[in-house]
Design a protein around this ligand. Structure first.
Ligand code: EPU
Length: 417
């Protein structure tokens, strides 16, 4: 039987825990190594399923990879293959991040179309339109995106919607294009900022990263660099909710408080006492949370990647809350599982109405996607009795041994077998 987490809930979590580095910053940073023949060394790389998948993908494209603890060095002397196979892309959509760098450096890319996934349809049309604007010829052949260009040429791109990996793909592609590119309606997520910092260290000329208008002056070649990955704001937020939902007292260190501002605002609205230091946040709660309404939106709005965790907290609130998910059309898979633990949540399209209950009861539940798994673990540590979360390979894609971190805070949680 695949690994499960066994949780005996009901212990208030207390203590200090460090955030790991962000999966969603490490993935584009690894893909960026395709842009140069020189080594790119990333420090503070988290040990996660998705990171291993990306390293495997880079190796199939010709990368040499060395990993020493949390340091990973990727060297792509030459692109040996331009093909990102369906086997890898279908297990991890972020594989599409190799598309921009491959076309820019190698002049061609064949990347399997990812298809839908548990949380939504998730098209990549904006990536493709942007690359086409930069002069790439794009075709769909046998389930693959085939992109070709002799050398990309700078362009003015306005994306139809805010896309995180789309912005990242276009930034990487434009870094080696001839002339200047402007990306309007760009994503402002901290992970985009982190990629900008790495590209700058590699010799790229970028302005406005972190704003909705990014300007990129293309250069002929990029060089190697050493870069430290930004802390994971979603992991940090999840750990803070763990403190709040168990009426505990948790301090998360090694994080950037400004990156979780929207989450802290909501936690405070729920009655959680928040204390903020330069690189840490402390969350304390003594009582049932108060209800709150949440609408997900691109950064600096409330992140969709924290929606499931906050819903789990609000499920115990003294009153009714309303959540509106605006980023993904199917991101309420955790609702049915939370209901098995006693939650009273109804959904209609993008809106979820959460009527707070006084406690969750432990139950066997099944993870459906990464953040939904985290929500079930939170319900388990807060709940009465024993919860068994199965299919935790979803959790392991993006959380580094979450059970160890929660265990260090006093949670009774173990991995089985
Ligand atoms: N979209 C399009 N066309 C595109 C691109 C996106 O219609 O070409 C739509 C999507 O379907 C979605 C919305 O635009 O409805 C936003 O999607 P976005 O492209 O921003 O998502 P992403 O880049 O695929 C990243 C994170 C996700 C996170 C979202 C939103 C990475 C590797 N993944 O995905 O992280 O939820 O941004 O913030 O950075 C997770 O870590 O659990 C996770 C799903």
């Amino acid at each position: 039987m695949p690994a499960r987490l066994l949780i005996e809930g009901g212990v208030p979590l207390k203590g200090e825990v460090a955030a790991s580095a962000a999966k969603n910053a490490a993935l584009p940073a690894l893909a960026a190594a395709l842009l140069t023949p020189e080594p790119v060394t990333l420090t503070n790389v988290p040990d996660l399923g998705d990171i291993r998948t990306m390293l495997r993908l880079l190796q199939t494209l010709g990368a040499g990879v060395t990993r020493r603890g949390r340091e990973a060095t990727v060297t792509v002397d030459q692109v040996a293959s331009d093909r990102a196979p369906y086997e890898l892309v279908s297990t991890m959509r972020a594989s599409v991040l190799v598309l921009g760098p491959l076309v820019a450096r190698h002049g061609s890319a064949r990347v399997a179309l990812p298809g839908g996934c548990a949380i939504g349809v998730r098209p990549i049309d904006q990536h493709l339109k942007g690359l086409a604007a930069l002069g790439a010829e794009i075709a769909i052949e046998n389930g693959y995106v085939v992109a070709r260009a002799r050398r990309l040429v700078g362009a003015h791109i306005v994306t139809d919607l805010v896309t995180v990996t789309g912005t990242e793909n276009l930034m990487m592609a434009a870094a080696l294009a001839e002339g200047t590119t402007v990306i309007e309606n760009a994503a402002c997520e901290p992970e985009v900022g982190d990629l900008g910092a790495l590209l700058t260290a590699m010799g790229a000329r970028l302005h406005g990263v972190g704003t909705a208008r990014i300007e990129i002056e293309g250069v002929r070649a990029l060089h190697g660099a050493v870069h430290r990955i930004v802390p994971d704001r979603i992991e940090a937020g999840t750990l803070l909710v763990a403190g709040a939902i168990t009426c505990g007292d948790v301090r998360v260190t090694d994080m950037v408080p400004a990156h979780v501002a929207a989450v802290l605002t909501k936690l405070a609205e729920c009655g959680v006492e928040i204390e903020v230091g330069p690189s840490w946040v402390r969350a304390r709660a003594g009582d049932r949370p108060r209800p709150a309404d949440i609408v997900t939106s691109p950064f600096p709005g409330f992140p969709t990647d924290m929606q499931a965790q906050l819903m789990t907290l609000l499920g115990l609130a003294d009153g009714q809350s309303k959540l509106t998910e605006t980023i993904f059309e199917n991101r309420y898979m955790h609702v049915a599982e939370l209901a098995r633990m006693g939650a009273r949540i109804s959904t209609e399209g993008p809106v979820a109405i959460v009527r707070g209950v006084t406690a969750y009861q432990g139950a066997p539940v099944m993870a459906s996607d990464l953040r939904a798994s985290a929500a079930l673990v939170l319900a388990g540590v807060a709940g009465r009795g024993r919860t068994e979360v199965s299919r935790i390979y979803h959790l392991d894609r993006g959380y580094e041994r979450l059970e160890d971190k929660l265990g260090a805070l006093g949670a009774r949680i173990e991995r089985s077998p």
